[in-house]
Ligand binder design. Structure first.
Ligand code: GLU
Length: 280
């Protein structure tokens, strides 16, 4: 089941997973064929985001993105045992699709105009909002409070860009490779806040070892429309994934995945978005 709580041991394992590299790309597109039937499909996810994409101890994968990707893969003709999960960190996603390392990516991947120049998106399938994670007793209640503070986000993320451009241009921003590295920095006091999507932050705050230590500021700093990334020009796959996502919502599998993955963190998600409806 997806309800498993993240323990200290599993946190250590996912921290270790950060050092693992994503699937090395050769030049050919061996990400799987959408015709299905016998072969494998490679799908990009995050490995260190509890509730969304997490590599668990023992090598299983769990989270909302994992459930969405598994549902979509089934609609494309692939059973769960035909899925090969590949870690796609924030800064690696466009390259992984361009190289053909993976057939698609479901990794808290916001649809943006800039990214659409390099990749195509199906969806959106979830609307999240950028927020801050701070220590329980911290006096940070609005974005401008960050201006003289140390802030951590992840390289290649919209969150890091938004901070630099809009919210707190004078914050001392550290960009790390993955969110769990920012979480360690927040815990040790090396930074004052971690910024990314509230969906991700809620998953961290709910982990057993962090319970009662951190809080979300609840700021809704941006709209993050999660899409499924596909190689640019692969319209056939985009259309099939959109059909799959619509089916996932209409047969209530989307609701079940929300409950199973966000329930434990008490994350109050937005309702299922309409395909093609990007909230600016
Ligand atoms: N959703 C944001 C993005 O796509 C932040 C989360 C992430 O880095 O995956 O950049």
């Amino acid at each position: 089941m997806k309800l498993r709580k993240v323990t200290a041991a599993s946190a250590a394992v996912f921290a270790l997973a950060l050092t693992a590299t994503a699937c090395g790309g050769d030049d050919s597109d061996n990400s799987g064929s959408s015709s299905g039937g016998g072969d494998k499909i490679k799908i990009g996810i995050k490995y260190d985001q509890p509730g969304l994409g997490l590599k668990e101890p023992g090598g299983t994968f769990a989270g909302f993105d994992v459930d969405v990707a598994t549902y979509v893969a089934k609609e494309l003709g692939y059973e769960p045992n035909q899925i090969e999960w590949v870690e796609t960190k924030s800064a690696d996603r466009e390259n992984a699709l361009e190289r053909g390392d993976v057939k698609f990516i479901a990794a808290t991947y916001s649809i943006t105009d800039e990214r659409k120049e390099k990749v195509d998106f199906a969806g959106p399938y979830l609307l999240a909002h950028q927020d801050l994670l701070v220590k329980k007793d911290a006096d940070i209640t609005k974005a401008t409070d960050l201006n003289d503070k140390k802030l951590c986000s992840v390289v290649g993320s919209t969150s890091a860009q938004n901070v630099k451009k809009d919210f707190a241009p004078d914050a001392q921003l550290t960009e790390r490779g993955g969110y769990s590295e920012c979480l360690s920095a927040l815990q040790s006091g090396a930074v004052d806040a971690l910024t990314t999507d509230d969906s991700i932050l809620a998953g961290y705050a709910a982990q057993d070892q962090y319970k009662g230590k951190f809080k979300l500021a609840g700021l809704k700093l941006s709209n993050e429309n999660y899409g499924i990334g596909v190689k640019k020009g692969d319209t056939e796959t985009v259309n099939k994934i959109n059909d799959a996502l619509e089916k996932m919502v209409s047969d209530k599998s989307w609701d079940k995945a929300v409950e199973a993955n966000f329930g434990p963190a008490e994350y109050k998600n937005e309702p299922a978005p309409q395909i093609g409806n990007i909230v600016k």
